[in-house]
Design a protein around this ligand. Structure first.
Ligand SMILES: [Zn+2]
Length: 442
């Protein structure tokens, strides 16, 4: 548990405890939690982070990323989902050594932290999952992740899928090793990849494993029309309906995408309290479609945001996802379809709730001290009006000044402080070059 005392001094605080609320003030952090918000008179020893001319917000939360895919960024272009997986992503994931997983995770996590994302739900890797957790431990992000499980599927390369028994045993031992580590900053998610690469038994047993341990359960669902039709051919059901039938649903379950749903499946998501990860950037790039988020929200479905993988976005910036979530749905529903406060809530406390993170996503006394300080100097942030409007439509990674996770500064003055950024870039380039040669990528 962190013991540091921090004072974020002189900012415009947007606590996300109620819509529209912002005020000039300070935030005092003690032992990893928010101690005071407002006008703070702190006594004793503390470290100061300057927030003058800046917004102080809860750290951003992403509910669907794949940091392991970072070394394949800018490599897997102009393809729809299934061919993108079969031609590039699966061979890439099958080829990764533990060192390369670490290099990929360091790149992805550094990007997340430097762009203000303090907590992420990560789909993990098919092998060498320890390297992801070790990297999260070192770099300081709040990460929920788990072995990406696969035991079948068309076009899955040798070495990627395991037996059902191995998948479940590895997931359980990995979860027992990592869930709750670093004072609860690291958490385990049972992560079967998707219905087309998992047997029905693996899906059902994954759900039971997650429920037995109280771990989050995550998978992909109804991302792509071809995928959804294949699930219907194999099971006679819609993708979300099928997952529900094997136990993959409920408040501790997160389904990424949920684009191609029928009315009954929307009702099912709402009734069960299942969380949805909305990934507009990846959905546009892979031409997957547009999830009907205004409909989901109107029906009471819990929705968070995620950048998905670096090769299908090609960035991990929450600002990109927020701008898209705040504009894309106007095409179907008209201007103002998802208002900026709802978008900012999806990127903070709503996302935290979807990912099962308690007391994360709002700046309230006693809550976890995950914060981001956004400088208001950028041209697109002028002139300042409503904070949600400014951040959602004008915000960008260049505005990130300081980032704090669990009371510990991880980014100061825009620079990562928990690792050497130049080494992360150098190692990522070297690993990506070596992988490209092994995989025969041009
Ligand atoms: Zn994904």
């Amino acid at each position: 548990m962190a013991s540091r005392r921090l004072l974020l001094r002189g900012g415009t605080v947007v606590p996300m405890s109620e819509r529209g609320l912002c005020f000039e003030g300070d935030v005092l952090v003690e032992a990893g939690r928010i101690a005071q918000v407002g006008r703070v008179v702190a006594e004793g020893e503390y470290e100061t982070l300057d927030a003058h001319g800046a917004l102080v917000l809860p750290g951003f939360v992403q509910v669907h990323v794949h940091v392991v895919q970072s070394l394949a960024r800018h490599r897997a272009e102009r393809l729809p989902l299934l061919r993108w997986l079969q031609a590039h992503i699966w061979p890439y994931e099958a080829a990764l050594t533990a060192e390369e997983v670490a290099a990929a995770a360091r790149l992805g996590i550094a990007e997340l932290l430097c762009s203000g994302t303090t907590a992420a739900l990560d789909m993990g890797t098919t092998r060498h999952q320890d390297a992801i957790f070790q990297t999260a431990q070192e770099l300081g992000i709040r990460l929920t992740s788990g072995l990406c499980l696969m035991d079948s599927g068309e076009g899955v390369p040798q070495g990627l899928a395991t037996t059902t028994e191995d998948a479940l045993a590895s997931a359980e031992s990995s979860g027992q090793r990592w869930h709750g580590a670093c004072g609860g900053r690291l958490r385990y998610a049972v992560s079967p990849r998707f219905a087309l690469s998992c047997s029905e038994r693996l899906l059902g047993e994954s759900a039971r494993l997650a429920h037995r341990h109280g771990w989050i359960l995550q998978t992909h669902a109804s991302e792509n029309r071809e995928e959804t039709e294949a699930v219907r051919r194999a099971t006679g059901r819609g993708n979300v309906e099928f997952l529900d039938s094997v136990g993959i649903s409920g408040p501790s379950t997160v389904l990424a995408h949920c684009i191609h749903l029928d009315a009954q499946e929307v009702t099912l998501l709402a009734q069960r309290g299942t969380g949805v990860a909305h990934c507009p950037g990846a959905n546009l790039k892979l031409a997957s479609g547009i999830a009907d988020v205004p409909l989901l929200l109107a029906r009471g479905v819990r929705v968070g945001l995620g950048a998905d993988g670096p090769p299908c976005n090609n960035r991990l910036s929450i600002f990109h996802e927020m701008a898209l979530a705040g504009t894309l749905h106007n095409l179907r529903h008209g201007a103002g379809a998802v208002d900026p406060w709802t978008v900012l809530e999806m990127a903070t406390w709503r996302g935290a709730e979807v990912a099962g993170l308690a007391q994360v996503g709002r700046l309230l006394p006693g809550w976890r001290a995950d914060l981001v300080v956004l400088s208001l100097d950028a041209w697109a942030l002028q002139p300042f009006t409503d904070p949600a409007t400014v951040v959602v439509y004008g915000g960008g990674v260049e505005s990130v000044r300081h980032v704090v996770v669990d009371g510990e500064p991880v980014v100061r003055e825009g620079e990562l402080v928990t690792a050497h950024a130049s080494e992360i870039r150098r190692d990522a380039r070297a690993a990506a070059t070596a992988l490209a040669a092994r995989l025969g990528w041009e």
